[in-house]
Design a protein around this ligand. Structure first.
Ligand SMILES: [Zn+2]
Ligand SMILES: [Zn+2]
Length: 265
């Protein structure tokens, strides 16, 4: 089988509330696909997280990494909304040793996950504005390795619900977010989950990956955000093509919180 990707650094197991896939099944699927590095990044949405699940996820990743010698299984976490409960964030970050902290924002403060929202056009503009405002504060906070699914609200607002959004007005703040990330030496994730739906797109699209590069961004991570084994690595071809088009010649994985570049083949 042709190898799709050497790494996939955004994967969920049954230690996430929205997945039923045992961690070992995730690893087996990755080995079937010839993937060399995976990061298990179970949800740690900071207003609603389980220390038991995070500790279990971390321990399972470490065990599986010991068990299989043809793949590196990294101990990750998808840390959601870290600024909404700073004390909880400190507890979560201190709970385990992690290889990789993937930072995300699924819901802005005081609102539900964008998954549950169905705003009309005007509301959507305001919600997206607040998303970028909170995201800018989050990248300034900087206690993570890679920023997950930049432009996440668009997955639901435009892709799922077909609401048209004027992105032009957000260009300055989007640029500021990417510039901050680049200046801090952090990675931007290319999240391919959008490509599982017809008409879907990468999060973020190639223009923002390119802008990140132009602003001095050094690292990108690749994530299929699979919650099911059969979704693993879907869209990676397109994700890698976008990275190359933007000027990157490697994806990055994180080992003990340190970037390791994995050149594209
Ligand atoms: Zn996420
Ligand atoms: Zn995820």
């Amino acid at each position: 089988m042709e190898k799709i990707t050497r790494c996939d650094c955004h994967l969920h197991t049954d230690n996430s509330f929205d997945s039923e896939t045992p961690a070992e099944r995730v690893v087996q699927r990755a080995r079937e696909l010839g993937i060399e590095y995976i990061a298990i990044t179970d949800h740690c949405d900071i207003l609603e997280w389980s220390d038991v699940n995070i500790a279990r996820s971390n321990a399972q990743a470490a065990e599986l990494n010991e068990k299989y010698h043809d793949i590196t299984v990294l101990r990750g976490i998808e840390l959601g909304e870290p600024l909404q409960a700073p004390e909880q964030t400190a507890i979560a970050l201190g709970l385990c040793e992690y290889d990789f902290i993937l930072c995300s924002l699924h819901n802005i403060a005081g609102e539900e996950d964008f998954y549950f929202l169905h705003p009309h056009a005007q509301q959507a503009q305001e919600l997206i504005r607040r998303y970028f405002d909170e995201l800018l504060e989050t990248v300034k906070w900087n206690e993570f390795d890679s920023l997950a699914h930049f432009t996440y609200p668009l997955r639901y607002i435009t892709d799922r619900d077909g609401v048209q959004v004027d992105m032009e007005c957000y260009q300055p703040i989007m640029k500021e977010i990417l510039a901050t990330l680049a200046a801090n030496g952090k990675a931007l994730e290319i999240n391919t989950s959008g490509l599982r739906s017809p008409g879907g797109f990468l999060l973020p699209t190639v223009e923002y990956v390119r802008q990140f590069r132009e602003l001095g961004g050094k690292y990108i991570t690749l994530g299929s955000d699979a919650h099911l084994p059969e979704h693993m690595a879907i869209g990676m071809k397109e994700g890698i093509a976008a990275a190359k088009e933007a000027g990157f010649n490697a994806a990055t994985v994180y080992l003990n919180r340190q970037p390791v570049e994995i050149p594209f083949e």
